[in-house]
Write a protein that binds this ligand. Structure first.
Ligand code: HEC
Length: 116
C-alpha cells in the first residue's frame, strides 16, 4: 500500500500535467498567426530575374514553383515561343499568371533571353 504522501504527489503531478496540456492548447497558433506574411531577402544572381520592364511580373509569378535560373538558363526563344512557354506554365502546370500579363511578360523574356 502506498503512503498517503505518495498518493498526494501522484495527484499533484496529474493536476500539473493536465494544466500543462491546457496551457499548450491555449498556445496553439491562431489563424491570424498562421496567415502572417514574412519577408525574405533573396541573394542576387539567378535567384531573381534581371531588371527591366516586366521583371516584377517574372519575379512575382515565375518563382512560385521554380527558380529564376530555371527560366534564364533555357535556350533563347522568340516572342511567340515565350508566349507559348508562359501559356504552357498556365495551362499545364497551373501558374496563376493573369492572361492579360502574358504579352508583357513575353516581351520582357524576349528582351532578356530572346532570339530572332
Ligand atoms: C509565368 C512565369 C513562368 C515562366 C516564364 C516559366 N515558368 Fe515554369 N515550370 C513548372 C514546371 C513543373 C516545370 C517543369 C520542371 C521540370 O521539367 O523539371 C517548369 C519549367 C519551366 C521552364 C523550362 C522549360 C520547360 O518547359 O520545362 C521554363 C522556361 C519555365 N518553366 C518558365 C511549373 C511552373 C509553375 C507552377 C504552377 C509556375 C507558377 C511557373 N512554372 C511559372 C513559370
Amino acid at each position: 500500500m502506498k503512503s498517503p504522501n505518495a498518493l498526494i504527489l501522484i495527484l499533484l503531478a496529474t493536476v500539473g500535467i493536465s494544466a500543462a496540456f491546457a496551457e499548450t492548447a491555449q498556445k496553439a497558433p491562431s489563424a491570424a498567426a498562421l496567415n502572417r506574411t514574412v519577408s525574405v531577402t533573396l541573394p542576387d544572381s539567378e535567384r531573381v530575374f534581371p531588371p527591366g520592364a516586366g521583371a516584377e511580373i517574372a519575379n512575382s509569378q515565375c518563382m512560385i514553383c521554380h527558380s529564376a535560373g530555371m527560366v534564364t538558363r533555357q535556350p533563347p526563344l522568340s516572342f511567340g515561343e515565350w508566349k507559348a512557354e508562359i501559356n504552357k506554365m498556365r495551362t499545364a502546370y497551373g501558374a496563376p499568371l493573369p492572361a492579360e500579363q502574358v504579352e508583357e511578360l513575353a516581351t520582357y523574356l524576349t528582351a532578356i533571353k530572346g532570339k530572332q
